[in-house]
Ligand binder design. Structure first.
Ligand code: HEM
Length: 132
């Protein structure tokens, strides 16, 4: 049987582990650097090493690749895990500012990248747990 692009998971289409690792690293570098991202940076621990690893593991599984996150931590329950942090529009927008810039810099333009972008925007909005 031949493999057509539509048989591939988004994870594979986007470039697999190296691409997701580079994306997450650029995302957190931007969160660290951009003054506009301080509103979301200040919610995170001083060292972003654990955040980098967890987001990498989560995104691999969410995109149809290896389920590292679920194997280590169980069901993602991502919205519940974010409840301790006040996330309103400003926090959502700061998170997306970093993520969408990282996406454009790291992943070549493709239909898979656009589909990924739309899912990320939807998930970031779903993570809001405070008005404003
Ligand atoms: C919308 C705005 C968001 C804000 C302000 C936010 C903020 C945070 C904060 C403060 C943490 C805790 C630090 C840490 O454990 O690394 C965290 C953890 C995490 N976030 Fe977000 N986040 C947002 C959206 C998202 C989205 C859209 C995703 C997935 C695509 C995501 C994935 C994760 C993961 C996987 C963790 C680690 C959870 C764990 O402890 O196991 N976050 N986030």
């Amino acid at each position: 049987m031949t493999t057509t692009p539509s048989d591939l998971t988004p994870y594979a289409e986007l470039g697999g582990e190296p691409a997701i690792r580079d994306l997450v690293n650029r995302f957190y570098d931007l969160m660290d650097e951009l003054p506009e991202a301080y509103v979301v940076r200040k919610l995170h621990p001083e060292s972003l090493a654990g955040s980098r690893q967890k987001l990498f593991e989560y995104l691999c599984g969410w995109l149809g690749g290896p389920q590292h996150y679920v194997e280590k931590y169980g069901h993602p329950r991502m919205r519940a895990r974010h409840m301790p942090f006040a996330i309103g529009e400003a926090e959502r927008d700061a998170w997306l500012l970093c993520m969408l810039q990282a996406l454009e810099e790291i992943l070549p333009a493709s239909a898979a990248r656009e589909a990924f972008r739309e899912r990320l925007v939807g998930l970031a909005d779903f993570m809001r747990n405070r008005d404003g």
